[in-house]
Design a protein. Structure first.
Ligand SMILES: [Zn+2]
Ligand SMILES: [Zn+2]
Length: 79
C-alpha cells in the first residue's frame, strides 16, 4: 500500500491557510508556496508530498508530533 495515496491533500483555499500558518516544511526546511504539492497527515500537520513520502519510507512517525501515521490511517480507512 502506498501510504501517501491515503493522505489527504489541501484544497487551493487551504493551501493559502497552510502557507500562512506553517510557513515551512519541517523535513526539508523550505518554505511552502502556493502551488506546491502538499500532503496533510492525520494529525493535521502538513509537508511537501515528496518530503513526507521519503520520510514515511524510513519512519512511521510524523516528524513534528511523532504520531504514528500508519496506525492513524489504518484506523481511518477501516472505520
Ligand atoms: Zn519539504
Ligand atoms: Zn503531526
Amino acid at each position: 500500500m502506498d501510504i501517501v495515496q491515503n493522505l489527504s491533500y489541501p484544497t487551493t483555499e487551504n493551501i493559502v491557510d497552510i502557507v500562512n500558518k506553517y510557513a515551512d516544511c519541517c523535513i526539508c526546511l523550505e518554505r511552502f508556496s502556493i502551488g506546491d504539492r502538499l500532503r496533510i497527515v492525520p494529525c493535521r500537520h502538513c509537508f511537501h508530498s515528496c518530503c513526507i513520502m521519503l520520510w514515511l519510507n524510513r519512519c512511521n512517525l510524523c516528524p513534528l508530533c511523532k504520531t504514528d501515521v500508519w496506525k492513524s490511517i489504518n484506523i481511518e480507512t477501516h472505520v
